[in-house]
Write a protein that binds this ligand. Structure first.
Ligand code: ARG
Length: 231
């Protein structure tokens, strides 16, 4: 006679773009996906009695992958926008973010957003940074597959500035990028990150919000926050 097997936990397919430290990136040694978003979605899934299977893809492919049912959840430092909310459900905001401008460390001519007119700007394809950059008069916008490629282009001198999420820019500067780049001006825009699910999957969206509340209440969110951003 065989002992009854415990019920298998449900596996949630989670999509991200794992080149956005400290929210999601690949650990160099273990090759595992790590970061604030990864810890948070694992905590949320655990609260729901589920497990996650994480896959990385281009940021601009996440919403199509949700719509096609290839993934159940997207967590990728994704800003809640009206445009995107027409296509997917967003959880409650889980992180307060915004955009900043990076220029070369020795640049003394670009001091704020208005100095970007006519300049060359690197952004990541499909991001709010790209949308902001496209509003700048006469600017030449160079779109890259991920944020690290945009940083590299700035370092190489191919562009005058990068517009990207502040916490990701700050992390890059703190990890050695400060010898090549610096932030100028104020926060361009403040933004909220949300966890996205397919429009028709309202049940999952509700479960995620409930689990997120629990993860906040239990102090788990705070722990994850301190782990990645300090106090
Ligand atoms: N917050 C920005 C947006 O939603 C950029 C997000 C990029 N995320 C990533 N994992 N590459 O457009």
């Amino acid at each position: 006679q065989q002992a009854a097997q415990p019920a298998k936990p449900k596996v949630l397919k989670v999509g991200t773009d794992a080149a956005f430290a400290p929210f999601e990136f690949q650990d160099e040694k273990t090759k595992e996906y790590v970061g604030f978003d990864i810890d948070l979605i694992k905590a949320i899934a655990k609260q729901m009695g589920a497990e996650v299977q994480i896959q990385s893809m281009g940021f601009d492919g996440l919403i199509p992958a949700l719509e096609a049912g290839q993934i159940d959840i997207a967590i990728a430092g994704m800003t809640i926008t009206e445009e995107r909310a027409k296509k997917v459900n967003f959880s409650k905001p889980y992180y307060k973010s915004g955009l900043t401008i990076l220029v070369k460390a020795d640049n003394n001519t670009i001091k704020s957003f208005k100095d970007l007119e006519g300049k060359k700007i690197a952004v990541q394809i499909g991001t709010t940074g790209a949308m902001e950059a496209k509003k700048i008069k006469d600017a030449v916008i160079r779109e890259f597959n991920n944020a690290p490629e945009a940083f590299m282009e700035l370092k190489a001198g191919g562009v005058d500035a990068v517009i990207n999420d502040k916490p990701v820019n700050d992390y890059y500067l703190s990890q050695g990028g400060a010898k090549d780049a610096k932030t100028v001006g104020d926060l361009l825009k403040s933004e909220d990150y949300g966890i996205a699910t397919a429009k028709k999957n309202t049940e999952l969206a509700q479960k995620i919000d409930k689990a997120l509340d629990e993860v906040i209440k239990s102090g788990e969110y705070e722990k994850i926050y301190v782990k990645w951003f300090g106090k």
